[in-house]
Design a protein around this ligand. Structure first.
Ligand SMILES: NC(=O)c1ccc[n+]([C@@H]2O[C@H](COP(=O)([O-])OP(=O)(O)OC[C@H]3O[C@@H](n4cnc5c(N)ncnc54)[C@H](O)[C@@H]3O)[C@@H](O)[C@H]2O)c1
Length: 335
């Protein structure tokens, strides 16, 4: 498929991964049209979308909720490709107040999938999550790993993931289910672990790590995710409709090791790292199998962890006004 002159509907494109992807697509395809649908929750920020795109007539922004079937249906009708990122995305928040996770992640996906049934598109890319798997049963998790969601967030994402699967089976929609592992990079909300560590260290405050920091994740730099999604748009539905694919690096690194590396990159004292009580609902270890992505997409992550962390540190260091406005929220999610 050639995405260069298509109309692409991006839901949640004012958030972290969605905005990185929107900016990527905007720059790479000068003739494509982009429709952004975003409710601008606490996690959405239009500053994440480059000004060049916002000032371009081939970009349109709709401030709306994905659970509203009428808006979604109208926008899907105008689109050739749907890339669906919008979600409540924070595991810890879902432990304390989870209704909105099921409303947005499950019912929002339901509205989008229904719209795709009503107004067929070339390709519907559903962004699921590695969290649907729960803790890895073996060394690496492939796409057939059992789904054992361990937090309400993960359960909501698993519900959406299986909803899309059922629509592929029942209505034959041209959807691909993408399960990214832990993304990090510029424009990620500071409630998430890596940006939280970075901004704490930039302020010379303790870098607080839950438990012993031994829980381990497959950390994927967001630019690599954008490249994988771009491969998906180019390969298109003939080969990809009905598929489920992981996006990860195949390597896992503990949270404590991430904090250590960040402090080293930032030239901060190692003893800023402080261990505090653990949280429930956390996955112990996550490592992606990379075989299917290599085979299906001819894609492999290329950014090393140190390089990705250094680029991420640079973003937060050079864009203090971007994150300082969120600092008051730190009290909402604790140290
Ligand atoms: N960040 C990760 O490490 C990661 C890993 C795997 C999967 N994912 C998935 O990728 C997607 C994007 O994640 P992210 O980290 O960029 O999330 P994010 O929280 O940074 O952004 C979510 C965006 O969705 C918007 N949104 C929320 N509710 C909405 C609603 N009801 N209607 C319209 N817009 C709404 C927000 O305003 C925000 O712009 C999510 O589906 C998430 O589950 C994320």
């Amino acid at each position: 498929m050639d995405p260069s002159n298509k109309t692409i509907l991006i839901t949640g494109g004012a958030g972290f991964i969605g905005s990185n992807f929107l900016n990527y697509v905007y720059k790479k395809y000068p003739d494509c049209k982009i429709i952004l649908l975003d409710a601008l929750t606490y996690a959405g920020n239009l500053d994440n979308v480059i000004d060049e795109a916002k000032n371009d007539p081939r970009f349109r922004f709709y401030h709306g909720n994905i659970t509203h079937a009428d808006i979604v249906t109208e926008l899907v009708k105008q689109s050739d490709i749907v890339v669906h990122f919008a979600a409540e995305s924070h595991v810890t928040r879902s432990i304390y107040d989870n209704t909105i996770f099921f409303e947005t992640d499950v019912l929002g996906t339901h509205a989008i999938a229904n719209a795709v049934v009503k107004h067929p598109v070339d390709l519907f890319v559903h962004i699921s999550s590695s969290e649907v798997y729960g803790t890895a049963e073996g060394d690496v998790m492939d796409e057939n790993h059992p789904l054992n969601p361990m937090s309400p967030y993960a359960a909501a994402k698993a519900g959406a993931d299986r909803l899309v699967y059922s629509y592929i089976q029942t209505y034959d929609i041209p959807a691909i289910i993408v399960r990214p592992f832990n993304n990090y990079g510029p424009c990620q909300h500071i409630e998430k672990a890596i940006p939280n560590f970075i901004v704490s260290a930039l302020m010379d405050q303790p870098v607080t790590i839950h438990g012993q920091g031994q829980s381990s994740r497959d950390w994927l730099f967001v630019q690599d995710t954008c490249e994988a999604l771009d491969r998906i748009l180019n390969i298109g539905p003939e080969k990809l409709a009905g598929q489920t694919v992981n996006l990860g690096t195949g390597v896992d690194t503990s949270v404590a090791e991430i904090a250590k590396r960040l402090l080293k990159i930032m030239n901060k004292p190692a003893d800023l790292a402080t261990f505090i009580e653990d949280r429930p609902g956390q996955v112990a270890r996550h490592t992606s199998s990379i075989d299917k992505a290599a085979d299906l997409l001819q894609w492999k992550a290329t950014t090393s962890l140190d390089e990705g962390l250094a680029q991420t540190v640079q973003f937060y260091d050079q864009n203090r006004q971007w994150w300082e406005k969120y600092l008051w929220m730190k009290q909402l999610w604790g140290p």
